[in-house]
Design a protein around this ligand. Structure first.
Ligand code: LLP
Length: 438
């Protein structure tokens, strides 16, 4: 994957840097991001829109991994940004990200969040529900400010990793239902609002999807609605936002298409319908998260204890776990790994990689063949770049890992490892500190 290789000593090299040196310099657990790979992924998306005769935006869904450095990289790559909270918006603005390229999502945005978005004049707000229409209308009137908006649509397509189903009725907590009139009702409410500048509609049908038909079908459904509004109401939407969700390859069992293929297929569907209906080709926006940063991330751990289980894979424990990667415990997500200092040893030992949290379910990889390991070895878990660090917690008061970016043989620390002081920073004494420390 990417610029990963194993050198003659059997050491894992990422972007020209020996991962054992990274582990030594920055400690473990450590998130390592291969910057060149993120650039490659971003450029591939950009390229798909290159010859399209309408503007496009590739917005990085920053929930996958948000940090000041990542926002700065996204800016450098000329991506737009999808943020979903005050915290993400604040961090993006701290990084110097261009405000007009930020899109704000969320099914329960607070007044504080909406005010912040208005005050900062960000690119657009993706309006999710009727309550939000009411609050936003009032705030925009107060500010006398016209905000570009999209309406979030639930198109009745539920996509899972390998397949999708269409449902007339959606039970998603997000967006206005396309099929039961909610979307039309929302459209009627906002289309003539003086302070809401309705650009178009948005749908996101799920995450880690492999099936191109699901994306194309969503694009078609949204476009049909846009055509209907034009014919019936004389209103022409100018933006079609097709969300993210493009699947990546975590293990050998995953067979996604290259992410840009999903986008190409959607563009074809959109073009076809536009031509047929004589509808002007809208701007096409997408919002990939995982497919931009997922496989660029690798987590380095140090091996500690192990435990034999008769007749089963032995446990080998690492110095992190569900606190830095909740996905196996939460979604039964599968990962692949390599022993970073034994890349040339035969993978002949069946093990289960356990974390160090006080929870039996804290297993990162079950039943994987790896070289025989001992304490002090470095394990590299692949494809941890999306929803790893961003979903990390301080469970068991573990300190959140450090994050480094690597490129062209150089490494750069972009998030420091949490210190013990960080863990108690927000806390107040119940008893006088002298007394309580005895
Ligand atoms: N746009 C919207 C509106 C979304 O809700 C999401 C993800 C994305 C874009 C980006 O989707 P992606 O390209 O990353 O699949 N924590 C879960 C994934 C949750 C995704 C939530 N929404 C996981 O670790 O698998």
């Amino acid at each position: 994957v990417g610029t990963k290789t194993v050198n003659n000593d059997g050491h894992l090299i990422i972007a020209g840097i020996n991962t054992l040196d990274l582990a030594k310099e920055y400690g473990t657990p450590l998130f390592v991001y291969d910057v060149a790979l993120i650039k490659e992924r971003a450029n591939a998306f950009m390229q798909t829109f290159k010859n399209l005769e309408t503007p496009a935006q590739v917005a990085y869904a920053s929930k996958a991994f948000s940090s000041i450095a990542m926002y700065q990289l996204a800016k450098e790559l000329e991506l737009s940004l999808d943020v979903v909270s005050l915290g993400e918006l604040y961090t993006a603005l701290q990084s110097g990200f261009p405000k007009e390229k930020i899109h704000f999502h969320g099914n329960n945005k607070s007044e504080q969040e909406l005010k912040y978005a208005i005050e900062e004049k960000i690119g657009c707000i993706v309006v999710d529900n009727f309550h939000e229409i009411n609050v936003l209308r009032r705030l925009l009137q107060e500010y006398q400010y016209s905000m570009p908006i999209l309406l979030r649509v639930t198109p009745g397509i539920e996509a899972h990793t390998h397949d999708y189903i269409t449902t007339g009725q959606s039970d998603s907590k997000f967006g206005f239902d396309l099929e039961n009139g909610q979307l039309d009702q929302a459209f009627q409410l906002v289309k003539e609002e003086p302070f809401m500048n309705l650009l178009g509609i948005h749908a996101h049908i799920g995450s880690q999807i492999f099936d191109t038909a699901a994306f194309s079908l969503a694009a078609e459904k949204l476009l049909h609605k846009m055509v209907e509004w034009k014919t019936q109401d004389g209103f022409t939407c100018s933006v079609l936002n097709l969300g993210g969700g493009f699947g990546i390859r975590y293990t050998k069992e995953d067979h996604p298409l290259p992410a840009s293929r999903y986008v190409e297929d959607m563009i074809q569907s959109v073009k076809r319908i536009c031509e047929k209906a004589s509808f002007p080709l809208p701007e096409i926006w997408i919002e990939p998260g995982r497919s931009l940063v997922g496989d660029a991330g690798t987590t380095l751990y140090t091996i500690g204890s192990s435990k034999e289980i008769p007749g089963k894979a032995s446990y080998v424990a690492v110095d992190g776990g569900m606190s830095d990667n909740i996905r196996p415990a939460l979604y039964q997500a599968k990962y692949d790994a390599i022993v970073a200092n034994k890349g040339n040893h035969p993978a002949n030992t069946l093990v289960t990689i356990a974390g160090k949290c006080c929870e039996s379910g804290d297993k990162l990889i079950e039943n994987i063949f790896l070289p025989s390991m001992e304490a002090g070895d470095i394990l590299a878990v692949h494809c941890t770049g999306a929803y790893g660090y961003s979903m990390a917690s301080n469970y068991n008061r573990l300190q959140k890992p450090a994050v480094v970016f690597v490129e062209d043989g150089k490494s750069k620390l972009v998030v420091k490892r949490e210190s013990l002081e960080d863990l108690v920073r927000q806390e107040l004494f119940l008893l006088d500190s002298e007394v309580s420390r005895g």
